[in-house]
Design a protein around this ligand. Structure first.
Ligand code: UDP
Ligand code: MG
Length: 341
């Protein structure tokens, strides 16, 4: 069991424009749901604007705030993972800092969890202020993912969810570098209950998910939840085998009829077709192989520069990164998290 009732984890990457409003609305929602027994963990994911000094200021004004500063930008999913590693609550709420997920829904999620759920996840009944391209690509992506993955991953969900301590501990124990948290939580199982909500437009600032990051995120999701694309080679191989047989029969027939000279066009087509197929298959292998290489290195998932709470900044001890993941967690708990509001 955790030491306090609720931890909120919000990743923040260049969110200076929204942080104050987020803090105001989030702490009001926490007070309403749990009274004083909560902490709000703001993870600065290597921002280049004033996000960290704002978080420091918030941590100094409000003892419920725990600021965690990463050394550099590790990306949304790892920033959330860093936040989870310091969260002490019996329950943990994951929420974006840009107020697209309304903090006011916390009470409702807590009530659903009181009824016995292990996870309460937000499911977008509507999404406001998103481009048609984002909506269409997301719909297509979740269809494909569910076709390919053995674990059903609910569509129209993000990482906005409330989890109990058991689920959080299992999640923390999952060591992969390429994390698709909403899928990993589905994989854990237990009683997972959807809560439909209207996703608001971003309150201020711009999206931190340009197309490039969206593609990387989708590839991570597919490769970590399905190995079906690896079988692509077999299917394409069979298909092109049939195709090659047809071409061969045609060639033999022409040879028997004495038409031996023409045919450079059909060879050219066949060569380029087969080399295209081979390159695609090699590319798919490469995506998986690259991830195997990265997982094998067993690097830490994130690097914490310092933690700020109740007016005190604590750097990590020098030997922190020599420890295994479990020891790192234990050390964080001992050294930094005793001071609490
Ligand atoms: N974020 C982060 N690191 C990143 C990108 C995003 O911590 O590298 C945070 C961001 O500050 C926000 C959340 O992840 O709190 C979701 O990002 P965003 O709102 O930009 O994505 P979108 O809602 O547009 O998909
Ligand atoms: Mg957003």
């Amino acid at each position: 069991m955790g030491e306090i009732r609720l931890s909120v984890v919000a990743p923040c990457y260049n969110e200076e424009a929204v942080l104050r409003d987020f803090h105001k609305r989030m702490s009001r929602a926490c007070r309403f749901a749990t009274g004083e027994d909560h902490e709000i963990i703001l993870v600065d994911d290597g921002s280049s604007d004033t996000t960290w000094s704002l978080i420091e200021a918030l941590a100094d004004e409000d003892a419920h705030v725990v600021g965690v500063r990463l050394f550099r930008n590790h990306g949304h999913q790892l920033a959330v993972t860093a936040g989870l590693s310091v969260a002490k609550g019996d329950r943990v709420l994951l929420i974006d800092a840009d107020l697209q997920d309304p903090p006011e829904l916390l009470s409702k999620m807590m009530r659903i969890m009181d009824g016995g759920a292990d996870v309460v996840y937000g499911q977008r009944a509507a999404r406001m202020g998103e481009s048609t391209f984002k909506l269409a690509s997301a719909a297509l992506f979740y269809r494909l993912l569910n076709k390919l993955s053995a674990v059903p991953i609910p569509r129209d969900t993000g990482d906005f969810r409330l989890m109990n301590r058991t689920v959080v501990d299992i999640l923390r124990g999952m060591p992969e570098q390429h994390r698709f948290i909403r899928g990993m939580v589905s994989w854990i199982g237990g009683r997972q209950v959807p809560m439909p909500y209207v996703r608001e437009p971003r309150f201020a600032g711009v999206t931190k998910y340009p197309l490039r990051k969206m593609i990387a995120f989708a590839t991570d999701a597919l490769t970590s939840f399905s190995t079906v694309p690896l079988q692509l080679a077999v299917w394409l191989g069979l298909m092109s085998g049939v195709f090659a047989f047809l071409i061969l029969s045609y060639a033999v027939l022409q040879w028997m009829l004495g038409n031996v000279v023409p045919g450079w066009a059909s060879s050219l087509v066949a060569i380029s077709f087969f080399s295209g197929v081979q390159l695609i298959v090699m590319g798919v292998f490469g995506e998986y192989l690259g991830r195997v290489v990265q997982e094998m290195k067993r690097r830490p998932l994130f690097t914490i520069a310092s933690i700020r709470q109740a007016g005190i900044s604590t750097p990590l001890p020098a030997d922190y990164y020599k420890l295994g993941v479990a020891e790192q967690g234990a050390l964080l708990e001992q050294r930094f998290l005793k001071v609490s509001g």
